[in-house]
Design a protein around this ligand. Structure first.
Ligand code: KIV
Ligand code: NA
Length: 266
C-alpha cells in the first residue's frame, strides 16, 4: 500500500481524478477512513466543537490538537495526514508560523500543516514551505475569522470573486500544495480551480473542484443540531448511538443484561 504524498493530489488534478478527505480526531475513525481509501485526513481545529465542546474554533490551542494529530497519524497506513494550525499560532509572522509547524511535524507524525488566509498568510506559507513542510492553504470562509467576517457568510459572491482569486494566487505563489475553498459559490470555485495549477479542495464549494473535504461528525450524522446546507449526511450515527444507549439502559433496568452468555462460571 503506497502512502499518499503531495504529488498524489497534483497528479489527481492533472488526470481529472477527484480525491477525498475527511476530518478525524482519533485513532478509531482514522483507521476506518484510511482503510476505506480516504486520501487525506485533516486533524481540524473543528475539534474545538467536536471534541472539546467549544462554541467556535477560537479557543483551540496547539496543545489541544497535538495529541489528536498524533493519534490520527499513528493510525493510518496510506492516508496523508494534515494538522490544522489553530487561531493565534501563526498570525504574528513567519517565525511564529514555522515554530508552530515544527511542533506539529516533530511531535505528531503528521505529513503537512494547514492554515487559514490567502494574501494575509502568504509569507507564513512561504516560510513553512521553505523548511520542507507541505502547506495546505484555506481561503473563502475561514472560521477562525468568523467575527471579522460577520458570521458564517458565503465568500466570493459577485465582485468578491476578485479577492478570492487574489487569495488563491497568493497561496499558490507562496508554495502551498493545495488550497481548501470553504463556502464559496460553485462558479467562483470553478474559476479558481481552472486558474490554479495546484489542486483545489471544496468544503461547500460545489462540484467543480479537484477534491472534497467534510467534517466527519457532520457527514456521519453525529453532530447535534443544524448542519450546513452543503453537507450530505451519509449515516445517522447520532440516532444509531441513541438507540443503542436506550436499549442498553432498558436491558439493565429490566435485568435482561447481562445474561448467562455474558457471565463467567466458577
Ligand atoms: O477544522 C476543520 O475541520 C477545517 C475544515 C472544515 C476545512 O478547517
Ligand atoms: Na479548521
Amino acid at each position: 500500500l503506497k502512502r499518499v504524498r503531495t504529488r498524489h493530489f497534483q497528479r489527481a488534478k492533472e488526470n481529472g481524478i477527484k480525491f477525498t478527505g475527511l476530518t478525524s480526531y482519533d485513532q478509531l475513525t482514522a483507521g476506518i477512513f484510511d482503510e476505506a481509501g480516504i486520501d487525506f485526513l485533516l486533524v481540524g481545529d473543528s475539534a474545538g466543537n467536536n471534541v472539546y465542546g467549544y462554541d467556535t474554533t477560537l479557543p483551540v490551542s496547539i496543545d489541544d490538537l497535538i495529541p489528536l494529530a498524533r493519534a490520527v497519524a499513528g493510525a493510518v497506513n496510506r492516508a496523508f495526514v494534515v494538522a490544522d494550525m489553530p487561531f493565534g499560532s501563526y498570525e504574528t509572522g513567519p517565525d511564529e508560523a514555522l515554530h508552530t509547524a515544527f511542533r506539529f511535524m516533530k511531535e505528531t507524525g503528521a505529513h503537512a500543516v494547514k492554515l487559514e488566509g490567502g494574501v494575509r498568510s502568504a509569507e507564513q506559507i512561504r516560510r513553512i514551505v521553505s523548511a520542507g513542510i507541505p502547506v495546505m492553504a484555506h481561503i473563502g470562509f475561514t472560521p477562525q475569522s468568523e467575527h471579522g467576517l460577520g458570521g458564517h457568510v458565503i465568500q466570493g459572491r459577485g465582485e468578491q470573486v476578485e479577492q478570492l482569486l487574489a487569495d488563491a494566487h497568493a497561496v499558490e505563489d507562496a508554495g502551498a500544495f493545495a488550497v481548501v475553498l470553504e463556502m464559496v459559490p460553485a462558479e467562483a470555485a470553478a474559476r479558481v480551480t481552472s486558474e490554479l495549477r495546484i489542486p483545489t479542495i471544496g468544503v461547500g464549494a460545489g462540484p467543480h473542484v479537484d477534491g472534497q473535504l467534510l467534517v466527519w461528525t457532520d457527514w456521519a450524522g453525529f453532530t447535534k443540531g443544524r448542519i450546513p446546507k452543503f453537507v450530505k449526511q451519509y449515516a445517522n450515527l447520532r440516532k444509531t448511538l441513541t438507540d443503542a444507549v436506550s436499549a442498553y439502559r432498558e436491558d439493565v433496568e429490566t435485568g435482561s443484561y447481562p445474561g448467562p452468555e455474558h457471565s463467567y462460571e466458577d
